[in-house]
Design a protein around this ligand. Sequence first.
Ligand SMILES: Cc1ncc(COP(=O)(O)O)c(C=O)c1O
Length: 381
Amino acid sequence: MPSHLNPADQQRLDDLHERLCAQSLRNVGYPCNQAFDYSELFRFLQFSINNVGDPFGGTNYRLNTMEFEREVLADFARFTRAPADEWWGYVTSGGTEGNMYGLYVARELFPEGICYFSEDTHYSVAKVLRLQHTRNIMIKSQPDGQMDYDDLRETLRIHRDVPPIIFANIGSTMKGAVDDLAQIRAILDDLAIANAYIHADAALSGMILPFVDAPQAWNFADGADSVSISGHKMLGAPVPCGVVLARKAHVDRIARSIEYIGALDTTIAGSRSAFAPLMLWHRLRTLGDAGLRGMVQECLERADYAVQQLRAQGIDAWRHPNSVTVVFPKPPQSMMEKWIIAPRKKIGHLIVMPHVTTAIIDEFVTDFAAALNCEPRTANR
Ligand SMILES: Cc1ncc(COP(=O)(O)O)c(C=O)c1O
């Protein structure tokens, strides 16, 4: 067996590295923070570490980092205002797995339940609902991306006999909109619906809202039953990861003990990354709460700057309060070659992550204005 790559294969890796170096800072359309340094953790890549099983239950596989995972989860429980000693969670492979977990718990609690989610919900959610055969109804969105609460109320009224599973966007993918849990809870109370489950998809904003002065209603204290947050988005990581938390009483109803791994089978994945919890732990410890707040506040300030600069060029840009997602009409095709943008229908967005500096924003705005000179403008709401 050769122990080294042949020159052609070596060249392929070099080319890939060069391409990624050139493109990473132009990633402005997807919420993936590129500004991190995990070099202190490289030495752990020599082990086949694995966090298979329940992070609180222990496992026969001793090459794990569950002790660090539990500390990460405790921090996230604090950020999401989970009820003390009444929560459970694990480090996931990303926001999608966390959403799947929340919907799985909900379906186990309410096998006949109907899931309600808005038009602006991430595309993966419809797939998860199909996978687990959960009945579901799409609710209209408002033009700003929030769920249309009137449509939710009317739809719930028609199905009052069936427990609702509300899938709330806490920072929608395209517009950064937050579905207000206070309004959703009020509608449920108004309709006297006692049996309901709310899952909060806080993929991006779950690491923003804990660090702002006036957050929208989004977390456990506002009535969520489970919350999913991506780790590679606001915090930043080279490998996709995330955290899911749920009320413990719900989880206890679905746990099963598996002898082979010596662990409770509470997670969706069997083998789970033991490196991801280390990265999240490293990030949380090096930044601390004050560092996290500073990082978020700086992004919000630069998002504001981006709105102003775009508007100064006559581009109809806007953003929600507490959101780093700056929305504008879909940029001309010529912009897509240089910039990594995620357009959908008539809109595009710039997501101001920590690596999106004012210099990058300036360059983006200049390119956008230049490209528009040759193309017609469209509406963005
Ligand atoms: C609102 C929302 N939910 C879920 C996801 C999926 O998260 P992940 O890519 O971490 O699986 C995304 C990804 O962009 C998202 O924006």
